[in-house]
Write a protein that binds this ligand. Structure first.
Ligand code: XUL
Ligand code: MN
Length: 347
């Protein structure tokens, strides 16, 4: 279906409709079956689905089972008029990824990670998806002495090259997060990853996905991180959400902590005409207190906040902003933006 000019497309992952389990307590909501989740997308205003490899088919299925299973999921998405946005290999749950995937010390574990990734590329191909997300969850350590950090960086590049060689069309985006589950990730930020992009076999096919909370956890501003990647022509995905300070990765509703920070992310995306580049992905966790009947409210809320903020961004008086910039009246600009966000136009 053709996209209307200037209109954004939205996605989330099936894991965003969750049971509410956390490291300290068990599920508090029933697991919603995948087919039911898929039926919710359109109703909520989403057209794209983010997928891990094992959201599509279990990781231990053989190639015959895998092809059949993938075809079934593809049919399910087609039936709902949905498109897969990306496939991400889930390299953090299998016992063989306990010490990391591509950077594990044990050769057999690294082989497992590379083979599983190639299988994820096959799944993407079968689903007509040309984007692979790498969130290198365990590519780091708990202690500095455990691995050779320089060697680990090289291994990350080799793993990306392996993907590029597996499929001539696949594009790879790194989704960087500075910590959690590891003490420190070897490639903690968008900037770090960008340094690797240009060392891969085919830099034209390697970019980034920026998650708001991940930038905030690195002490960076997500809008500036996005602008940095946009300048490189490499922002091919976003995970909008919010984060209240430096703690565990919270995946809060977009704009719920800092509306102005969210406004600036929408502003940067809009200025770059991101609607022609990629899909606006959300990666939002429902609060554990959320009742079963409200299990998708956080997604509806985040989408609503994006659309409200888009309206605000589009109604900014660009002439006024330019005038205030030229006069170096940033106090005046601050007042204008705050009043604008508060909806106090012309008062
Ligand atoms: C982890 C995270 C992941 C990725 C996909 O913090 O954001 O869900 O988005 O693997
Ligand atoms: Mn994410």
């Amino acid at each position: 279906m053709a996209k209307q000019a200037n209109s954004y497309r939205f996605s989330f992952g099936p894991w965003n409709i969750s049971t509410g389990a956390d490291p300290f307590g068990p599920p508090v909501r029933k697991e919603v079956p995948f087919a039911k989740k898929i039926r919710e997308y359109r109703e909520l205003g989403f057209t794209h689905v983010q997928l891990h490899d094992d959201d599509v088919v279990p990781a231990d299925w053989d190639s015959v089972q895998t092809s059949k299973g993938v075809a079934k999921v593809k049919k399910m998405l087609d039936g709902e008029g949905l498109t897969g946005e990306f496939i991400a290999p889930r390299l953090w749950e299998d016992p063989r990824t306990i010490d990391g995937g591509y950077t594990a010390n044990k050769a057999a574990d690294r082989t497992y990670a590379r083979e599983r990734t190639r299988r994820a590329v096959d799944i993407a191909r079968m689903m007509d998806i040309d984007l692979m997300v790498l969130w290198p969850a365990r590519e780091g350590t708990y202690i500095r002495e455990a691995k050779d950090a320089s060697q680990a960086v090289g291994r990350l590049v080799e793993a990306i090259d392996d993907i590029l060689k597996t499929d001539a069309k696949i594009r790879v985006v790194g989704e960087m997060k500075p910590n959690e589950p590891m003490d420190q990730a070897y490639c903690p930020t968008v900037g770090h990853f960008m340094g690797l992009v240009y060392r891969t076999l085919d830099p034209k096919r390697v970019g980034v996905l920026i998650e708001s909370a991940h930038s905030i956890l690195a002490g960076l501003d997500p809008a500036d991180d996005m602008a940095y990647a946009l300048w490189h022509g490499k922002l091919w995905g976003v995970h909008l959400n919010d984060q209240n300070g430096l703690k565990y990765d919270q995946d809060k509703t977009f704009g719920s902590v800092d509306l102005r920070r969210a406004f600036n992310q929408v502003w940067v995306l809009e200025r770059a005409k991101y609607y022609d580049i990629g899909v606006v992905g959300l990666d939002i966790k429902a609060m554990r207190t959320t009742k079963q009947a409200d299990a998708t409210k956080h997604l509806a809320n985040s989408l609503a906040m994006f659309n409200h903020l888009l309206e605000l961004v589009r109604s900014v008086d660009a002439g006024k902003v330019e005038e205030l910039r030229a006069a170096r009246d940033y106090e005046g600009l601050e007042r204008y933006i705050l009043e604008h966000i508060l909806g106090r136009k012309g008062r």
